[in-house]
Design a protein around this ligand. Structure first.
Ligand code: TRP
Length: 454
């Protein structure tokens, strides 16, 4: 019966569009802004290694599970979980998994939009030549001035939320397909140019060794949790974003292959970003652990001193905004789809309400960088807390339950059929082993480790 189910929201034109859309969701601020700064804060190589292991052993299997649930259910994650649980004779309470995803997506987008706003502001800065020949200290000053101004942050945050809701209101398919065909390749080319600059003018070898020489004395239990949380964040897993994109996926596409392609592309972009940024950090005696402002304080140095940097700088930040845009859409799509399905709202109405609520929540993040910066809990301000709660707790928990559902609740005949893999073949048995045992155990151990139990 699942084979006949169709999404009321439409379907991707073909498998490549799914790959582009999922890559568009995965590749975003997480790769270019967050990965470098948390790698810097957590000591480099060992952190990167744990992160890569988590992508391979947890991320890819869970991505396959999420896509398969979505494609089988063909509805918003809340209704998909309810339908599939009933089909397997289980309680409709599994729809709670969809609900927690909606909440996580809302919380993440609220701060994601503020950071994307920084990138918007930097398009203007780069384009107006603010970085040209500026010394590192002056470039740091530009960033400090931006985050100190609630008015400016609110302006850019509002603009980014408007852009996001515009696409969501038009429908992900119409709104997204056209944009992402060109965006991803262009971003890749620009990143390669930046790496080229880093090879020529930065401390490239030192940057590489920081990224790839693991020193386990530099990573804490919390660092391991952050690395795992980031594997979920960067692949857009654990909240239903990839599930809903899966629900628009054509029946004949291979879930395993597409998941691996998306994960490789995503990881490649993150590593390239690291290779572009750390050589500049070391060449200018900057602090790798300086926090969320890292790329905004390093890349402009490169743009300020390279030939054509004026142009490349503006283009780079435009592409960063576009990458953030195609990610932001997937954070809110599950909520909007649910409102359309259950409340019979139009997409426009659902987008306006969701967008407004997210915008309002985002003001907390805006203020956490200035007026509220003194208010902290466990040494974390409002933005840090929000990021910690979502990336390191809600997403891994969501992923854990997705794995448990796909591997323990669903019959193996159902999952093998949806993955179009032979039930007794190598590919299927390894996937099932990973989601049944490795993923849940790994997530639980990392949690227990972080709170000091093991
Ligand atoms: N993966 C995106 C990034 O790296 C962010 C993102 C989009 C996301 N959708 C998500 C994160 C769903 C977690 C869950 O920028």
């Amino acid at each position: 019966m699942s084979a006949k189910r169709e999404s009321i929201h439409g379907q991707w034109s073909n498998r490549w569009i799914f790959i582009l859309a999922a890559t568009g969701s995965a590749v975003g601020l997480g790769n270019i802004w967050k990965f470098p700064y948390i790698t810097g804060e957590n000591g480099g190589g060992a952190f990167v290694l744990v992160y890569l292991l988590c992508i391979a052993a947890i991320g890819i299997p869970i991505m396959m599970a999420e896509v398969l649930l979505g494609r089988r259910g063909r509805q918003s994650p809340i209704n998909t979980m309810k339908t599939l649980a009933r089909e397997e004779g289980r309680s409709g309470a599994w729809s709670l998994l969809g609900w927690s995803g909606v909440v996580a997506g809302f919380l993440i987008l609220s701060y994601y939009s503020v950071i994307a706003g920084w990138a918007l502001a930097y398009v203007l800065n780069a384009g107006s030549g603010a970085f040209t020949d500026a010394p590192a200290a002056e470039i740091q000053g530009i960033f400090t001035a931006l985050v100190a101004s609630p008015g400016q942050l609110i302006f850019w945050h509002s603009l980014f939320m408007l852009m996001t809701m515009l696409v969501v209101a038009r429908g992900v398919k119409k709104g997204l397909e056209v944009a992402i065909r060109f965006l991803m390749p262009a971003l890749l080319v620009l990143l390669l140019i930046m790496v080229g600059y880093a090879i020529n003018s930065g401390e490239f070898v030192r940057g590489l060794s920081f990224l790839f020489t693991p020193d386990f004395s530099k990573i804490s239990a919390e660092g391991v949790l952050i690395a795992m949380g980031h594997a979920f964040f960067t692949l857009s897993l654990g909240m239903g974003a990839i599930m809903i994109y899966g629900s628009y996926m054509p029946k004949n596409a291979s879930i395993a292959k597409t998941s691996i392609i998306v994960a490789l592309a995503d990881t490649g972009v993150a590593l390239l970003a690291g290779m572009a940024i750390f050589p500049i950090v070391f060449a200018n005696s900057l602090e790798p652990g300086s926090g969320p402002g890292l790329i905004f304080q390093t890349l402009p140095i490169a743009f300020g001193s390279m030939p054509g940097g004026h142009f490349f700088g503006a283009v780079f930040f435009i592409l960063l905004v576009l990458a953030a845009w195609s990610s932001a859409i997937s954070l809110i799509e599950p909520a909007v789809a649910w409102l359309v399905e259950n409340k019979a709202w139009t997409r426009v109405k659902a987008s306006v309400y969701c967008g407004f609520a997210t915008w309002l929540m985002g003001l907390g993040t805006v203020l956490s960088f200035n007026e509220w910066s003194a208010y902290t809990l466990w040494g974390k301000n409002f933005f840090d807390l929000l990021d910690f709660l979502t990336s390191n707790i809600m997403l891994p928990l969501g992923g854990l339950f997705i794995a448990l559902f796909a591997a323990w609740v669903m019959k193996s005949s159902s999952t093998a059929n949806e993955l179009t893999l032979a039930e007794s073949g190598m590919a299927y048995t390894s996937w099932r082993f990973l989601v049944r045992f490795v993923t849940p155990v790994a997530v639980i151990i990392v949690f227990l480790n972080a709170i000091g139990v093991v």
